[in-house]
Write a protein that binds this ligand. Sequence first.
Ligand code: MN
Length: 459
Amino acid sequence: MSYLGAKHITYIPHRVKEGHSLNESAIHYLKSQDVSLIITVDCGTTAFDEVNLAKSLGINVVITDHHIANERMPDDVPVINPGLPESKYPFQHLTGAGVALKFAEAVCENFNQEPPKHWKVLAALGTIADLGPLIGENRFIVKQGLEMLKDTDMVGIRALARQADVNLSTITARDLSFTLIPRLNAAGRLDSADTSLEILTTKDASRAEYLAGHLEQLNTSRRGLTTKAIKLADKIVAEKELYNSPSIFIHEPTWHPGILGLIAGRLSEKHSRPVVAACTENSFIRASARGPKGFEILQAMIETKLDFLKIGGHSQAAGFMLRLEQIQKFKENFNQNIRSQSKNQIQTTPITYDCEIKLQEINSENLKFLKSLEPFGQANPEPVFLTRKLKVYESRTVGKTGSHIKMVLGDGSTKFDAIAFRLGERFDELGAEINAVYKLRENYWGGQITIQLQVIDFQ
Ligand SMILES: [Mn+2]
C-alpha cells in the first residue's frame, strides 16, 4: 500500500495471545489508530461478528483469505477467497500470500502501476510456508519467486541467507522450507511476528543484519525447546506404551504453545497415527494435533462434542482450547473416534517410489529433465527412485549421536556418495549389497556439482 502512496499500518495478531484471525481487541486498537479500512490477509472468512463490530465502528473491511469453514461468513463486505466453493477463480489452492499477491496486483492495475518484482518473492515464501500444494498457479508463483530471489535487493532476505549459510542463486523450495522459513516463523512462534515483517520490508542493511541475528537466536531457542520437548515426548510414549493406542495424547503443562504443532507433527510422522500435543494455560489446555493422510483430525475433535473455547484447522492439522477438567473426556472420545477411523487405515505408511532405475541413468540429460519438474514441495514431491543390488563400498554412521549413515554405493561401473538421514539405528542391517529407495541431491562445492543419493529406506 505504501507503494501506491496510501497511508497504512500493519497489524499481525499475536499467535499465542490473540490467535490467528481478526479479533475484537485488534479491531478496537485499529479504531484507536483512526483506521478506516481493514484489508485482511490469510484470515477473516469466518469473522462474521468481528466484521460487524468493525462496520459498527465505521471501518470498512475487505477479506482476502483462503481458509474455508462452515461457520457464518461476513456479508456485505467483499470476501476474496478462491477456496470457497462458490468462487469463480480458476485455481482454488492459492495460499493467503497468493491471494494477497493477486489482490495487490489488481489494485496496482487499477492505478496503472506495475507491481514491484519483490512481491513475487514474498508470495513464494508465503506459499511454501503455508504448505500450499505446488501445482498450478502456486507452482508458477514459487518458480517465479525463486527466480527473483537470485538477485533480490531485499536486504533482509540477503541477511537471513547469510545467517542460514545458503546460496540464494541455487536455493530450492525445499531449501527455503528448511532455512529461511523456520527463521521467519520463529518470531511468531516464540515472540511477536513483527520482527519478521520488519526484516522483509526494511531497506536498511545494518538493521536487516541486526534483525537476522535476532531471528537466528529465536530459531535456535525454538529448536532447543523442540528437541527437548520431543525427547520428553518420546520418553512418555515409551513408558506408557502409547504407541499401542490408535492416537497419542501428550499433555506437558510447561511446553511452549508455539511449538506444540512441531511436537505433534514429529511424533505423528514417527508413529504414523494422529498425535495431540498439549500444554496448560491457566485453567485451560491448549493443544495442537497432527495426523497422517487419511485421518480426519478436525472432524474427530468436533465429534468429541466437548465445549471447546477455540477450535480450528483441517483434516491433517488442527488445534483447540479446552477446560482442564475435560481432558480425560477428550482423550477417550477422540481416541474412540480415531479407532473407528483406523479400521480403514493401513497403520504403517509403505514406502513408495516413482521409478526403478540403474545408476547409469543418472546422467546430465535425465537430471536436466528432473530439474524441469521443479519446484518440488507439497503435492509436487521430488521423484523417488529404486535401485536394486547396490554394492556398499563404504559405510559409517555420522552425526553427534550416530543417527545418520554415510555410504558410497555403486554397481561396479558407477559410484555415488549416499546419505541416509535418521537411519543410524539400522546400521547393522547393511550388508554387502542393498536395495535402496532414494532421492537425488545436487551439492555445489566450489563451482562443482556433485550428485548424492539421499537414501530414504533400504533393504
Ligand atoms: Mn493460510
